[in-house]
Design a protein around this ligand. Sequence first.
Ligand code: MN3
Length: 256
Amino acid sequence: MIQSPTAMNRRHFVQLGTLAVGTALVSGQARAAVPAAAAPAAPAPVVTLPPLPFAFNALEPHIDARTMEIHHDKHHAAYVAGLHAALAKAPAMAGLSLEEILPNLPGVNDEASRTALRNHGGGHWNHTFFWQTLTPAAKSGDPSEALAVGIQSAFGSMDAFKKSFADAAAKRFGSGWAWLILQHGKLKITSTPNQDNPLMKGLVPAADIGTPILGLDVWEHAYYLLYQNRRADHIAAWWNVVNWVEASKRFEETPA
Ligand code: MN3
């Protein structure tokens, strides 16, 4: 069952726009900093579209400006609007972060509500994550030493990792995502359909559950203007704009 949200949860939901560091911020220290008695009656949380952390054209020539503009301003915005509507009909969820909601969706009894939270909550989480793990090619960088060792250990080499990841992204039938996740302390490549993601315990196979380190959107809307049907070209181009600094940070900050 989903617990009723606390005032602190509501505060963090609003402050973070649901993603960023999520539940990690609901620490004892943070609770102590704001006495519960001082919390105002919480308004309905506003789910906001986070701005892109770079200009629409910043990823060119690998991802074009028009694709980024439509992807962020139309597609991601639609997931935000859909999540807002879904939360309005699921008051027990309304104060929680997506990191709290997504692993607990099987506990949502109403099927329409569960489906809306899955599709739009997943869509909002996935795209926010995607933007944060992209960066202009000049800033792409390299995996940290720890992440490089993790990749070597799990896949044998960076080239072998890239090949396996590209295969997973290419073979995802229809729309979905390819992921590099950390699962029980080890890196693993998975993929999920639609807007599902590795946080959705009980909805996606247990083998695909873990902490996302990288994710690649392989919906056609992510690449069709520039690459048309050539998903493989989209995948190959994406490696140039991977934010390895962010991926390394997520890898190193995930508890073992
Ligand atoms: Mn997309």
